[in-house]
Design a protein. Structure first.
Length: 157
């Protein structure tokens, strides 16, 4: 990351949502994350729910005041979990690592969990740089939201 770049996180604004929709519709990103993209209605329902759920912490990731992704902490299978999405044009620049460190300063809940497609080596490295440890790898079935894939199950204590 260059010295003149600044990563920060802020509350999600309605104007961010069309940008997020485009991210989750990008076929290369979808393949890397091993997720099913949502159609507009499902996307709108999801974000309406997320933004009004007091148990979810969700932030927009900015690079030099430009929206480049989002990060959230939420319950998944009764576990406090973290997830994020970075615009493919900004992969490999350390943005996710910086955003995750900022989020970990806000969310003090531990343990914190993450599930990452094993093929998504970049995301696994991001989590490891923030002290998450791989607990196990498991084959996860297709559940309608995520296709079948092998996942790294990771935890931060």
């Amino acid at each position: 990351m260059h010295k003149n770049t600044s990563v920060r996180i802020r509350d999600v604004e309605s104007s961010d949502l069309p940008i997020f929709y485009d991210y989750q519709a990008d076929p290369v990103s979808v393949e890397m994350a091993v997720v099913y993209p949502r159609d507009q209605q499902a996307f709108d329902r999801h974000w309406e729910s997320v933004r009004h759920d007091s148990t979810v912490v969700v932030k927009t990731i900015l690079l030099n005041d430009q929206v480049v992704g989002y990060i959230s902490c939420f319950k998944m299978d009764d576990l406090d979990s973290v997830g994020y999405w970075i615009d493919r044009d900004y992969w490999g620049l350390g943005i996710a690592t910086q955003a995750l460190k900022l989020m970990l300063d806000i969310v003090s809940t531990r343990p914190l969990h993450a599930r990452v497609a094993r093929q998504n080596e970049g995301s696994i490295r991001v989590l490891q740089k923030c002290d998450f440890k791989v607990i196990e790898y498991q084959l996860s079935p297709d559940d309608g939201k995520f296709p079948v894939c092998e996942e790294a199950i990771m935890t931060l204590h």
